[in-house]
Design a protein around this ligand. Structure first.
Ligand SMILES: [Mg+2]
Length: 242
């Protein structure tokens, strides 16, 4: 019941954060807000939709052209299963599409198909205007997605300097350890308050365990279905405020 109420209206949570940050700034106290990108600020289902369209076109698979990627999909597999292509019967299709998707999804070129979640741009800009420091902490890596990430943030009007955008130095790094260690190494005493907006329970749980002083807001959009968030933290479906 309590969760349902929060899901319907984000206004109080997000407005409280804005108010608090403004109050802290007036007292010369620092606030840091850290945002994940994929499935936190950006809906990535449009990226996957574009890749699927190109695959269907290239291999002339008309049946795949009508598949709609849902906002709740994780990766590409769920869409194929929904269309009735079971992996045990269509192994080659699953493998080929997965490889095709993988090569493109994690690349600078395809980030341009992402769309920010409702209210995301406005919230980040308003929060920055209160005096909060804004950073983006993403599991995307520098080589494959660094350039595109910055371009896309600026294209949509998010504040973004090289210092604000923190990417994995190498793709082989584990997202969870990368984010956890970033918070562990951060001079957290420098800030009076630190917020972390993230959609992946694995990352949330790792940061919560090691840095319980960080206030995490769970973007309940979609995730890898490996873990759930059991801690009583704020959860929101997007950044829209009524
Ligand atoms: Mg994410």
């Amino acid at each position: 019941m309590e969760r349902a109420q929060i899901m319907i209206d984000n206004s109080s949570d997000l407005n409280e954060i804005l108010k608090y940050s403004l109050k802290m700034s007036a007292q010369k106290m620092r606030t840091l807000a850290v945002f994940d990108l994929d499935s936190t600020l950006f809906n990535v289902s449009t990226r996957t939709q574009k890749i699927l369209e190109q695959f269907a076109h290239e291999y002339e698979l008309d049946d795949l052209k009508t598949i709609e990627i849902l906002h709740s999909d994780w990766g590409i597999k769920e869409a194929l299963l929904r269309k009735g292509y079971k992996d045990e019967e269509h192994k080659e299709l699953h493998t080929n599409l997965r490889d095709f998707w993988f090569q493109r999804f994690f690349s600078n070129e395809y980030l341009h198909y992402d769309v920010p979640y409702a209210g995301a741009i406005e919230f980040v800009l308003e929060l920055a205007a209160t005096g909060a420091e804004i950073k983006y902490l993403t599991g995307r890596d520098v080589e494959r997605m660094g350039r595109g990430s910055k371009e896309i943030l600026l294209k949509w009007g998010f504040p973004c300097t090289d210092e604000q955008l923190i990417l994995k130095p190498h793709r082989s790094q584990d997202d969870e350890l990368f984010k956890r260690d970033w918070f562990i190494q951060l001079d957290r005493e420098h800030y009076h308050k630190i917020y972390f907006f993230e959609n992946e329970p694995v990352n949330i749980n790792a940061v919560l365990e090691h840095c319980p002083d960080v206030e995490i807001i769970f973007l309940d959009t979609t995730h890898a279905r490996k873990q759930t968030v059991t801690a009583k933290i704020q959860r929101i479906p997007h950044f829209k405020r009524s």
